[in-house]
Ligand binder design. Structure first.
Ligand code: PHE
Length: 365
């Protein structure tokens, strides 16, 4: 049990996900994507990568933030966004939490896969737990000079883009249209995101860039070296590749889902086995004068009571009372089971529970 410390904001429903290991079950779509990326790097000439997929998800806050140069006032550090076990310990919010320590151990090319945790909205593509794969590749000074590159950073950037374009082509087909978008991450400069055109829409599938020299320096990498790093969203890639419409499906034990996937077969396209109608319930409340109840707070209340029956939570109305200046928010909760139809009574009971939990913190309308 992790509870007890005043700074702890990890609900039981999230704590229960630790150790599930979806990325280590061979026939699970998350693991199949991991394996496909491994195969791509093993088959290319990018170097030999050490693979780590069992590093603990509970990490020092310093590893998650400070070691990758996240500024002291960055929003990602706030308990509205990150799960704290205590003041100094978090559920990692990205696999970048392992960059520095793994470099420090002497690894110079590695792939780290694991479950990551973020307080976030509730919808078809957001879930408090998801999976990332971090890739890091260091080029020692001798290596990039021998390749005739103008600088280590230029060599790292060119190789990073070649590797990831190759990976996208492998996963999505040689004809896949991709584009690079400039991005910002504290730990890389320059930084990019790769988007893939899929069913007419540009989808962001990864963040990456040239590793900040200070990270290499502190980890004891020899001066003159340069490195690239990327972070892949495995659910995102799996949803696109297999046509999986809702992120909750990755967590179901329903055989109608699990039986559709087999290790090694990347041609599988998910065939939906049922789509029961959603049921919508609204709840409105006045924000307290002091601190506001954020969307993440509301989502967590719903998620912890309704679990995977909560499909989406949407802010549908906000207004300020003209006389009192009080702020009213109305959220719409969509309840839907992936594998059965829900009873009216069951949904009403859930919604009553949500109302009761919210009423402890705000005045319902
Ligand atoms: N950690 C970043 C994220 O979670 C992704 C990333 C990894 C970006 C490595 C650059 C380099 O969004």
């Amino acid at each position: 049990m992790l509870t007890g410390h005043p700074a702890n904001n990890v609900p039981e429903s999230v704590y229960a996900k630790l150790g599930a290991g979806l990325h280590t079950r061979p026939d699970h779509p998350i693991c199949m994507i991991k394996q496909a990326v491994y195969d791509f790097f093993d088959g290319g000439d990018f170097g030999a990568f050490t693979k780590l997929d069992d590093l603990p998800a509970i990490v020092p806050a310093t590893a998650n933030f400070d070691d990758v140069l996240v500024p002291a006032d960055h929003v990602s550090r706030s308990p509205n966004d990150t799960y704290y076990v205590d003041d100094e310990t978090v559920l990692r919010c990205h696999t970048s939490a392992h960059q520095a320590a793994t470099l420090q151990k002497g690894e110079r090319a590695f792939l780290v896969t694991g479950d990551v945790y973020r307080r976030d909205s509730v919808d078809a593509s957001h879930y408090p737990v998801f999976h990332q794969m971090e890739g890091v590749r260091v080029y020692e000074e001798g290596e990039w000079k021998a390749a005739g590159a103008a600088s280590g950073a230029a060599h790292a950037e060119a190789n990073l883009k070649a590797a990831l374009e190759g990976l996208a082509a492998r996963l999505f087909g040689a004809g896949a249209e991709t584009r690079w978008v400039d991005a910002y991450f504290p730990f890389t400069e320059p930084s990019f995101e790769l988007e893939v055109l899929f069913r007419g829409e540009w989808l962001e599938v990864l963040g990456c860039g040239v590793v900040q020299p200070a990270i290499l320096d502190r980890a004891g990498v020899a001066r003159g070296a340069a490195a690239w790093a990327f972070g892949l969203g495995l659910e995102r890639l799996a949803m696109v590749l297999f046509g999986i419409p809702d992120i909750r499906l990755f967590w179901t034990d329903d055989a109608r889902f699990t039986k559709q996937f087999r290790a090694g077969d990347l041609t599988t396209r998910f065939s939906p086995y049922s789509k029961f109608p959603p049921c919508f319930k609204d709840v409105s409340f006045w924000q307290a004068d002091g601190g506001e109840l954020t969307e993440n707070d509301v989502c967590e209340v719903v998620r912890s009571l309704a679990g995977d029956l909560a499909e989406a939570v949407t802010l549908v109305d906000a207004f300020t009372h003209p006389k009192t200046g009080r702020i009213s928010h109305c959220y719409r909760v969509a309840y839907r089971s992936m594998d059965r139809s829900l009873e009216d009574g069951e949904i009403n009971e859930l919604q009553e529970g949500v109302r009761a939990a919210l009423s402890e913190r705000v005045e319902l309308r």
